[in-house]
Design a binder for this molecule. Structure first.
Ligand code: SF4
Length: 244
C-alpha cells in the first residue's frame, strides 16, 4: 500500500469519526430525546403503587384554605348579635389546630365568660377528667361552643343568636378538619343535628354532620347532677377512642 492509500484511509477514518460526533451532538440537542429522558424519570402510576396514590389523594382531600387564626381574625370583637352587650369575654375556643377530636358545648358559662376560655368551671374540670381518661390531654383536642358569648343568666340561646354565631363554629371545624365531633349535651346535639329528639335517644351513635362523624353525649354539667350517667358517657367516648 502506497503513501496515497495510507492518506486516503486516514481521511476516511477522520470523516467517519466526525459524522458520529455530529450525530451524537444532534441527538443530545433533540427536544424529543430530552422529553423522553424526563418522562422516563417520572415513575409511572403503577410503579408508585395504587395505595400510595390513594394515600396522596386522601391527604389532599379535605384541604382547606381556612385557618383558625383567620377565623378568629374574621370574628374580631364581634357585635353581630345582642349577646356582645352582656359578655365580659368572647370565648372563641382552645386546643390543637390539628385536633382529630373536637368537643362542642352550648355556650360559655359564668367562669368561661370571666376567663375567656371554654369549659373551665366545674363542668369543664369534669370534661378535662374525661379527656384524661381517654388517654388524651386538653391540648390534644379542641374545645369550643356553639355560641361564643354567654347568654345572660345562662338562659337558653335564641334562634337568631345561633343563626348568627354557628357559621363561625362551622368555619372553625373546617379549619381544624377533625375526624370526630363530640356534641356535649342536649342543646349542642339538637342544634348541630337539627333534631328535636332527646339526647337520651340520639347519644351513643355516630351521626353525620356535614360529612363528619358526630357523637352526641351528655353534658358534663348534667353528669355533676346525675353521676349515674357517667357510665353512659364512658361508653360513648370509648366508641370515639376506637376510631381515633
Ligand atoms: S354570640 Fe357569636 S354572633 Fe353573638 S356577639 Fe358573640 S361571637 Fe358574635
Amino acid at each position: 500500500m502506497g503513501k496515497k492509500d495510507d492518506l486516503r484511509n486516514e481521511l476516511q477514518q477522520l470523516v467517519g469519526a466526525l459524522r458520529n460526533h455530529v450525530a451524537n451532538e444532534k441527538d443530545s440537542c433533540n427536544p424529543v430525546s430530552r422529553l423522553t429522558m424526563k418522562r422516563e424519570a417520572i415513575p409511572r402510576r403503577e410503579e408508585v403503587g395504587l395505595s400510595a396514590v390513594k394515600a396522596a389523594a386522601k391527604a389532599g382531600a379535605g384541604k382547606t384554605t381556612l385557618t383558625l387564626a383567620g377565623v378568629r381574625e374574621e370574628l374580631g370583637e364581634c357585635t353581630r348579635c345582642p349577646l356582645h352587650r352582656s359578655r365580659r369575654n368572647l370565648v372563641f375556643g382552645e386546643g390543637s389546630a390539628g385536633a382529630k377530636l373536637v368537643f362542642v358545648g352550648e355556650a360559655p358559662g359564668e367562669e368561661e365568660d370571666n376567663q375567656g376560655r371554654p369549659f373551665v368551671g366545674r363542668a369543664g374540670q369534669l370534661l378535662t377528667k374525661i379527656i384524661d381518661a381517654m388517654g388524651l390531654k386538653r391540648e390534644d383536642v379542641y374545645i369550643c361552643n356553639i355560641l361564643k358569648c354567654r347568654p345572660p343568666g345562662n338562659r337558653n340561646p335564641k334562634e337568631d343568636e345561633i343563626a348568627t354565631c354557628e357559621p363561625f363554629l362551622m368555619k372553625q371545624i373546617e379549619a381544624i378538619n377533625p375526624e370526630i365531633i363530640c356534641a356535649l349535651g342536649t342543646f349542642a346535639a339538637k342544634t348541630l343535628l337539627r333534631t328535636e329528639s332527646p339526647i337520651s335517644a340520639i347519644r351513643g351513635k355516630f351521626h353525620d354532620y356535614h360529612g363528619r362523624k358526630l357523637m352526641p353525649t351528655y353534658h358534663p354539667a348534667y353528669l355533676l347532677r346525675n353521676p349515674d350517667a357517667k357510665k353512659l358517657v364512658w361508653d360513648d367516648v370509648q366508641k370515639i377512642m376506637k376510631i381515633l
